[in-house]
Design a protein around this ligand. Structure first.
Ligand SMILES: *[C@@H]1O[C@H](CO)[C@@H](O)[C@H](O)[C@H]1NC(C)=O
Ligand SMILES: *[C@@H]1O[C@H](CO)[C@@H](O)[C@H](O)[C@H]1NC(C)=O
Ligand SMILES: *[C@@H]1O[C@H](CO)[C@@H](O)[C@H](O)[C@H]1NC(C)=O
Length: 220
């Protein structure tokens, strides 16, 4: 058998790989300061997940630690008119550690989904901890409920003058690049007025949370 030969090759291989491993381990951890979101660093700030049975708190946690989500609208595009259409959307519910639970967006009329929303403001927002290191670290597949994710349904509405500053601070802090997006695109601040919430954070099907329960809890 080839056993002895392979056995003797192993120490040599180990000796050759050791410097590589040392170099890899010494390299700065991925994500640390490398995300480019200003002072916001999801990996460094992510505290432990709230108890999974506390669905309202898990929902607030996922919303707060999500920098983006997929927003599904009913399309106004010729080929898929009236059909579901989802796109990635940057969002923020507040400054790090000060999440309000309200997902704020920075939209332009030039965006397909803004056109959809103008005709029908109904939308569904999906966010997942798969976008943080949480699921990778624990080895949870994004579709697994253990990789906590939430689905928020509601209507997307423009924020009023009073709320504008709150939305702007929430978004621009976590997405500094937004400040330099071309003004010719007529960006405006909007939010999801949440009507229904589904939380997938454990086996046994999604849990539902009311907006009242959702806004009633605090995260951290
Ligand atoms: C603006 O919106 C906020 C949040 O919905 C609301 O509390 C406030 O009363 C509104 N202000 C005005 C002037 O409509
Ligand atoms: C938010 O949704 C609720 C329930 O559908 C509705 O009563 C309320 O007027 C909405 N608020 C805004 C700002 O659209
Ligand atoms: C809001 O929180 C308080 C204190 O935890 C609790 O007693 C109350 O039942 C909660 N209300 C809702 C609507 O969740």
């Amino acid at each position: 058998m080839a056993q002895p030969a392979r056995g003797s090759a192993r120490p040599l291989l180990a000796a050759l790989l050791a410097p590589v491993l040392v170099a890899l381990l010494a390299a700065p951890a991925r994500g640390r300061g490398g995300r480019g979101h200003g002072d916001w660093d999801t990996d460094a700030l992510l505290p432990p997940l709230p108890p999974r049975e506390d669905a309202a708190r898990v929902a607030r946690f996922v919303t707060h630690f999500s920098d983006w989500g997929a927003l599904a609208t009913l399309s106004t595009q010729e080929r898929v008119r009236g059909l579901p259409f989802a796109d990635v959307l940057s969002l923020s519910d507040g400054l790090p550690g000060k999440g309000s639970g309200v997902p704020y967006f920075y939209l332009s009329p030039l965006q397909q989904l803004a056109g959809d929303l103008k005709e029908n403001p109904d939308a569904t927002l999906t966010m997942s901890l798969a976008q943080t290191d949480f699921c990778r670290k624990h080895g949870y597949d994004p579709q697994s409920p253990l990789c906590a994710h939430v689905i928020l349904a509601g209507t997307v509405t423009k924020v009023n003058e009073t709320e504008r500053d709150v939305a702007k601070q929430a978004l621009f802090t976590r997405h500094p690049e937004m400040a330099s997006w071309p003004s010719s695109h007529d960006w405006f601040f909007a939010k999801l007025n949440i009507t229904n919430i589904w939380v997938l954070d454990y086996f046994g099907g999604p849990k539902t949370v009311t907006p009242e329960e959702y806004y009633n809890v605090t995260v951290q």
